[in-house]
Design a protein around this ligand. Structure first.
Ligand code: G6D
Length: 349
């Protein structure tokens, strides 16, 4: 196992890029700014190492990062309907940065801060703890929140993201990582031909503003049925009203309550496979239905549907504060959730 750090200075902003590498050549790089993952390099079935996460060509673009490429998201992921929530009868108003809703932690969410970090090296694994204190009423959320995100790479080709939070007052806490994946190693290739499995019988219906209505819809006989591996694009252009609202997938899938692999993404031609296990409740699958014209690694301009974000999280808080109880963090209670990514290859037939 190897770890390296390099200083990055962008105008008034100074932060570090940390790179972890194991003996199989898997390399994971991330910034102490926003915990932004800039690289996950894994081999294809011929041993060719390529970056499978969407990254900017110029690091300055990470300072604005409208698509949240690679970012830690918090205090809450997704949209909160009408930008408010109540706890014990008290109403908390949030920045409405997503139309009439609040999104991804507000105007300055967890993706826009520099984190302290500490590296712990063991024989077969390296952990990096990224931490900060989110002050009481930051972005309208009650409670002083101590937050720690741990990135761990192991010799067995697993990458673990662990989120830990403890707050001085009851608050909402629902973090994720917003990396976008394309296992082909090229972001000029459509994501539609990747195969996807999601261990979910239901998904969360969204309204026109893309916030949860509270209805859970059975995936059976719908374009949202990924209970078996199938191409993402197979039914993505169907006349399904939910797909038309979001211009693709942008929905929370609620996992069945069992252990084992929750998500499997595969790219037949390269042979790359990524499996995800988690103790979290859901995943928002976002097929990058839009592009803000980002100039991405390699210099090309990002087109829609060139990657998929797999935002493991609790279901976002929707109409009439539905699902709020999933994100509630009682005062002085430490909550920890983990998401495990496994990378391997399969020979395509
Ligand atoms: C769009 O609706 C999507 C979100 O789900 C995504 O997280 C964001 O772009 C980056 O707003």
């Amino acid at each position: 196992m190897k770890v390296s750090e390099r200083k990055i200075k962008l105008s008034a902003n100074e932060f570090d890029e940390i790179t972890l590498e194991n003996s199989n050549g898997i390399r994971i790089s991330f910034l102490s700014y926003g915990g932004i993952i800039t690289r996950i390099e894994v081999p294809d079935h011929q041993g060719k190492l390529e970056n499978i996460v969407l990254a900017y060509e110029n690091y300055e673009d990470y300072l604005s990062n409208p698509g949240y490429l690679g970012s830690i998201i918090g205090r809450t992921a997704g949209r909160i309907k009408n930008g408010y929530f109540t706890i014990d009868g008290r109403r908390y108003n949030l920045a409405k940065n997503y139309g009439e809703n609040s999104g991804h932690g507000g105007a300055k969410g967890f993706d826009k801060y520099v984190y302290n970090y500490e590296i712990s090296e063991a024989e077969n694994r390296i952990d990096v703890d990224l931490s900060r204190v989110s002050p009481h009423m930051e972005e309208g959320y009650p409670g002083e929140l101590y937050v720690k995100v741990t990135y761990s790479l192991s010799e067995d080709d697993t990458f673990i993201i662990q989120y830990s939070g403890v707050s001085s007052e009851d608050t909402l806490f629902n973090m994720t990582n917003h990396s976008y994946f394309n296992l082909s190693g090229s972001f000029d290739e459509s994501i539609k031909y990747h195969e996807l499995f999601i261990d979910a019988d239901h998904y969360s219906e969204i309204d026109e503003s893309k916030t949860p209505t509270g209805n859970l819809i059975e995936v059976a006989d719908t374009p949202f049925d990924f209970r078996y591996m199938r191409e993402i694009g197979e039914e993505m252009n169907s006349e399904d009203e939910q797909l038309k609202i979001a211009n693709g997938y942008d929905h929370a899938f609620l996992f069945r309550n069992n252990t084992g692999t929750k998500i499997r993404l595969a790219h037949r031609y390269s042979g790359r496979v990524m499996e995800i296990e988690t103790d979290n409740q859901a995943v928002v699958v976002y097929t990058q239905n839009f592009s803000q014209g980002q100039i991405i690694q390699g210099g090309s301009t990002l087109e829609p549907y060139r990657s998929v974000a797999l935002e493991v999280q609790k279901p976002p808080v929707g109409s009439n504060e539905v699902f709020k109880e999933c994100s509630l963090l009682p005062s002085n209670h430490t909550q920890v959730t983990s998401t495990i990514f496994r990378f391997f290859t399969e020979d395509s037939e």
